[in-house]
Design a protein around this ligand. Structure first.
Ligand SMILES: Nc1ncnc2c1ncn2[C@@H]1O[C@H](COP(=O)(O)OP(=O)(O)OP(=O)(O)O)[C@@H](O)[C@H]1O
Length: 320
């Protein structure tokens, strides 16, 4: 299936982030992990967030879910979901918001399953706790859910260690979509898996997205996977977004020097074999910047990160 076949509903934003700034406050110095980040995700849209380790991707995801813990602090900006101010939600509103409105698959989520409970018990718990279904009804729904991600319902009786890594990850994805959220956040959902299983999982996510129509925030450092799955994407460097564009435009004509370097570091999943360039010696952004405020030269923006490439700039460039 190609990107164009992934269902993409209206452009009505389901999530709207404006100027989000998140700091980790230390005794002597603070880290600005996310620096005035803005993006929105439309209904049924798959939006990718790319960038290498430490650039702030997970901090954004945790901010959306309101899962940031000390010493993290939201220092500015807004997060709106379906027009509601996420940062002002009460504990009760948050309880509903998580799972029912937005669900997240964390990095290495397959290892986060409870080892002493069967898969069935863990899924049933979601239905009884968050949707108020009876145990019997929850068990029936749990079976359907596993079948949805192509796992035999008989596996409800299995413990996590009795499933392969790929099956565990599929089970976690099934749990995330159990209550039909409007937005699914996938934080490096396939990093710990081999390439073949990775492909299967990505195909599974596309299929679910087409069937259920949810929006996706897809976080990865792997540009090939990102372009494969996303409609639009943003590239992050040092806590900032340096380029936002349609994923296929980024693939065909990456405009920001950092995006170009990142694209060159991953093999395309389709098309001719090309030599990988990586982030070569001498390129200013070979090492990610020190984001602590007391560090000398905090966020030196050698390539104009203060003037990120936006979608309109990208379109203008493509027209030239
Ligand atoms: N608890 C913490 N205390 C202090 N700094 C932190 C903390 N958690 C993250 N950071 C810093 O915030 C920055 C962004 O981290 P974050 O985990 O959001 O990046 P990421 O792009 O998701 O990377 P990865 O893919 O490796 O998780 C990094 O500089 C990191 O060192």
């Amino acid at each position: 299936m190609t990107i164009s076949q992934v269902s993409f509903g209206s452009h009505e934003p389901v999530l709207d982030i404006k100027n989000l700034t998140v700091k980790y406050i230390g005794d002597t110095r603070s880290t600005t992990a996310v620096d005035r980040v803005s993006f929105s995700i439309g209904t049924g849209e798959v939006f990718g967030l790319a960038g290498e380790s430490g650039c702030g991707k997970s901090t954004i995801a945790n901010s959306i879910m309101r899962l940031l813990k000390d010493p993290a602090k939201i220092a500015g900006g807004s997060i709106s979901f379906g027009g509601k101010d996420v940062l002002a939600m009460s504990p009760e509103e948050l309880r509903r918001f998580r799972w029912q409105d937005v669900a997240m698959v964390f990095q290495s989520a397959m290892n986060s399953l409870n080892p002493v409970l069967t898969i069935g018990e863990q899924i049933v718990d979601i239905f009884t706790t968050h949707a108020g279904y009876s145990r019997k009804e929850s068990m029936r729904r749990a079976g359907d859910l596993l079948e949805l991600v192509r796992i035999d319902a008989a596996r409800l009786k299995s413990y996590p260690h009795q499933l392969s890594g790929g099956m565990r990850q599929r089970a976690v994805i099934a749990m995330a979509v159990a209550l039909k959220p409007s937005l699914l956040i996938l934080d490096e959902p396939t990093t710990a898996l081999d390439v073949v299983v990775q492909q299967e999982i990505m195909a599974q996510i596309k299929e679910l997205q087409r069937e259920l129509g949810f929006s996706v925030l897809f976080i990865t450092h792997d540009m090939s996977l990102m372009v494969e799955l996303s409609h639009r994407m943003a590239v992050m460097y040092g806590g900032r977004i340096v380029e936002t564009a349609k994923a296929q435009d980024v693939y065909a004509t990456p405009r920001h020097p950092y995006t170009q370097a990142l694209m060159g570091a991953f093999p395309p999943l389709t098309g001719p074999r090309l030599p990988l360039t990586g982030l070569p010696d001498g390129v200013k952004f070979r090492n990610i910047p020190d984001l602590t405020e007391a560090a000398p030269g905090h966020f030196v923006a050698p390539f104009g990160a203060d003037a990120p490439v936006t979608e309109s700039a990208n379109l203008e460039g493509a027209a030239r």
